[in-house]
Ligand binder design. Structure first.
Ligand code: 5BU
Length: 252
């Protein structure tokens, strides 16, 4: 017997964190559970991608430290404008993995000043519960399990990581390739309709697979969108696949 999942409406009713609420509201308003991963290396590509896929996504995931020509005013200011124009959140996939004091510095200082613009960030939980205290003004998505071949996020690791994620008030969700308790939102990368891997350890599943088997909430798609000939068309395809897979997963 497969357990049924909660709908976005039900999760919205129970959501405590403002960022969880916003994500669920956007999902329902846009009929989308798609997060595009903008793993491009110039400001121009980043802004062009954001403008094209913006209407179809609920969040844009960045690795801001791969932008070669990063300048706060030229990169972040227009990115924030596009986020407001198309109504999506900014998710910085920084994967913090240090002691609290260092994470706080990485979050607030340097050239990226992530605290000033990200709506939510990813963080490892390897530094323990208190290492997440510094992310007071954003939501944290905790890395529970990774999608790559040979990852060390074993069953036992994931269980301990989940204890931190479920008990920390800054945490809104987890990244995982396994189901997580419904109290937190599940974000799943490693989603691609055309490929099963990338030859560098990445392992892909389809939207259908992750909604049916993991009851995920949000799919994260990188190369499936930004490498496509028509990024906007690809975003629409993933959005439609993801939404259909979500609706199907409600019916079990
Ligand atoms: P892809 O091009 O769809 O393979 O990109 C996937 C993105 O998700 C990329 O930015 C990764 O850094 C990110 N990711 C992942 O692929 N797998 C994981 O387990 C985690 C993050 Br955590």
């Amino acid at each position: 017997e497969e357990k049924t999942r909660s709908s976005y409406e039900q999760k919205l009713k129970n959501a405590q964190h403002s960022v969880s609420k916003k994500l669920l509201e956007l999902a329902l308003a846009k009929q989308s559970n798609l997060i595009a991963s903008a793993d491009v290396t110039t400001t121009k590509e980043l802004l062009e991608l954001a403008d094209k896929v913006g209407p179809h996504i609920i969040a844009l995931k960045t690795h801001i430290d791969i932008i070669s020509d990063f300048e706060y005013e030229k990169t972040i200011t227009p990115l924030k404008d596009l986020a407001a124009k198309h109504q999506f959140l900014l998710m910085e996939d920084r994967k913090f993995a240090d002691i609290g004091n260092t994470q706080e510095l990485q979050f607030t200082s340097g050239v990226f000043k992530i605290t000033d613009w990200a709506d939510f960030v990813t963080s490892q939980v390897i530094g323990g519960f208190e290492s997440l205290d510094c992310f007071k003004n954003v939501g944290v998505v905790a890395i529970i399990g990774m999608s790559s071949k040979g990852t060390l996020t074993t069953n036992e690791y994931r269980e301990e990581a989940l204890k931190i994620a479920l008990s920390h008030p800054n945490v809104i969700g987890g990244v995982s390739q396994n189901p997580v308790p419904e109290e937190i939102l599940l974000f799943t990368p490693g989603v691609n309709l055309a490929d099963s891997g990338d030859g560098k350890g990445q392992q892909y599943n389809t939207p259908e697979y992750v909604f049916k088997n993991l009851h995920t909430d949000f799919i994260i798609v990188g190369r499936g969108i930004y490498k496509a000939d028509q990024a906007e068309e690809a975003a629409i395809a993933y959005k439609n696949e993801g939404w259909k897979a979500y609706l199907d997963s409600l019916e079990k």
